[in-house]
Ligand binder design. Structure first.
Ligand code: ADP
Ligand code: MG
Ligand code: MG
Ligand code: MG
Length: 416
């Protein structure tokens, strides 16, 4: 680890500062050949692409503040530690689904990782009307494997409790989620913004007692139900795609929380992309057909999550919960199945709730999404956003009664 005090990198200093690290030059070649560009498009960090004679690597470095806002909002460098630790756990639990880590430097708050050649951010792809074969399946598998294998259903109890304590230190990023996702959308928080034409709906949502109570129940679940190690920021800007390949990046918000959180946030981002389609595709037939593909993909995310979760439940349940000594070993396979169905139903309810609040905060809060923001025609944008707000509300309020993804996509179609 570096003994030098933290200093933010610039494209000009990357070669001098990382050139001697063998783990980096092994992938990029000698530093004399490097060309460096800064490509960070996210809200928080510096991201450099290093291109050398032997190949390319990504260098991601945390800044001591929120990039989107500036130095007035300090944010601990330690988020690089959580990102690194989450990446190596995800690599072990869902092989092939995250970039390989080549090097981590704690003092410099930086991770050097595999450059995902030819991959683009899924959110961009969804604005262009591109279809990715099997995408929902891969993302469903990623969720099931990371969320099951990071939980008490699978992990050794000592290892899990130590890990829970380690990630409990990701305080500031959890705090961002707790405020920005679960509270700010429901009052006039200082950093909020929304398209002015939404004023009447915003007023209605902020006066909706059942919705606000539900959002706080969901916040309590996020803050208290440390079921598994979450990615914590699993939106379509944290997924990179290339044809039918997909990888998940950017887990700096990793924390122990409810299994439904990642799944719900991901599905929310597909539903919002579907709502925004009229802002990006001109042809109305193509709009409808692409919305169908997006909704089918969201359905695949849940279906494949549930299917793989079931497989892991039946084959890898080696943690402290629902032990086979109580069920299969007593020839009570049905008992294990009853418990599985109960747990899946609870995850589903949570996921619908998290899905709904995510849709609200991306339209009313600080961190918006490109699908909506890039619709220049404000009337059209407001119409697409209003659909997202109404769908989000229906999911939060209906989370106890909505049973299947078909119910969700029917609801979406009735609003789109
Ligand atoms: P932030 O935490 O600031 O959101 P991200 O990890 O999302 O940073 O990275 C910002 C951008 O950098 C991504 O949107 C993507 O375009 C690019 N990027 C990040 N990691 C990789 C990677 N491993 N391979 C290729 N591009 C990447
Ligand atoms: Mg990001
Ligand atoms: Mg980003
Ligand atoms: Mg990030």
């Amino acid at each position: 680890m570096s003994a030098t005090p933290y200093e933010a990198l610039t494209p000009e200093t990357v070669a001098a500062r990382l050139g001697d690290i063998v783990a980096v030059s092994a992938h990029a070649g000698p530093s004399e050949t490097w060309q460096v560009s800064e490509v960070g498009d996210g809200n928080l960090n510096l991201v450099f692409i290093v291109t050398g004679a032997a190949g390319q690597v990504i260098v991601k470095q945390a800044l001591p503040y929120v990039r989107l806002v500036g130095e007035s909002w300090p944010l601990p460098l330690k988020r690089a530690f959580f990102e690194y630790n989450a990446l190596i756990r995800q690599a072990a639990r869902a092989p092939g689904m995250v970039p390989e880590v080549y090097h981590y430097d704690d003092a410099q708050a930086l991770v050097v990782m595999e450059f995902l050649t030819d991959h683009v951010i899924l959110r961009q792809s969804l604005m262009q009307g591109i279809r990715h074969e099997g995408l929902g399946g891969l993302l469903g598998l990623f969720c099931a494997r990371t969320l099951f294998r990071g939980s008490d259903l699978s992990m050794n109890t000592a290892e899990r409790k130590r890990d829970l304590a380690r990630f409990a230190e990701n305080i500031e990023l959890c705090d961002i989620t707790e405020n920005l996702v679960f509270s700010d959308p429901y009052f006039a928080a200082p950093m909020n913004r929304h398209t002015p034409a939404l004023d009447p709906i915003v007023e209605m949502l902020r006066g909706d007692r059942d919705l606000k109570v539900a959002a706080q129940h969901l916040k309590a679940a996020f803050a208290n139900n440390a079921e598994t190690l979450l990615h914590g920021d699993l939106h379509t800007g944290s997924v990179m795609v290339c044809g039918d390949k997909a990888r998940v990046i950017d887990p700096e918000f990793a924390t122990y929380g409810p299994i439904g959180f990642d799944v719900g946030m991901l599905i929310a981002n597909f539903l919002m992309a579907a709502c925004a389609v009229p802002g990006h595709l001109a042809d109305t037939a193509e709009q409808a057909s692409y919305q169908d593909w997006i909704l089918a993909t969201a359905t695949e995310v849940w279906d494949n999550f549930a299917q793989e979760f079931t497989h892991l439940w039946r084959n890898e349940r080696k943690g402290i919960l629902y032990q086979s000594t109580l069920f299969e070993d007593q020839n009570d396979v049905l008992g294990a199945e009853q418990a599985r169905l109960d747990r899946l139903a609870a995850i589903w309810r949570d996921a619908l709730g998290f899905c709904g609040v995510e849709m609200h905060r991306r339209i009313l809060g600080l961190a918006h999404i490109a699908e909506y923001d890039q619709i220049a025609d404000e009337t059209l944008r407001a119409r697409c956003e209003a659909r997202g707000l109404m769908l989000g509300r229906a999911l939060v309020i209906g989370r106890e009664t909505i049973r299947t993804m078909t119910d969700v996509t029917d609801l979406a179609r009735s609003i789109l």
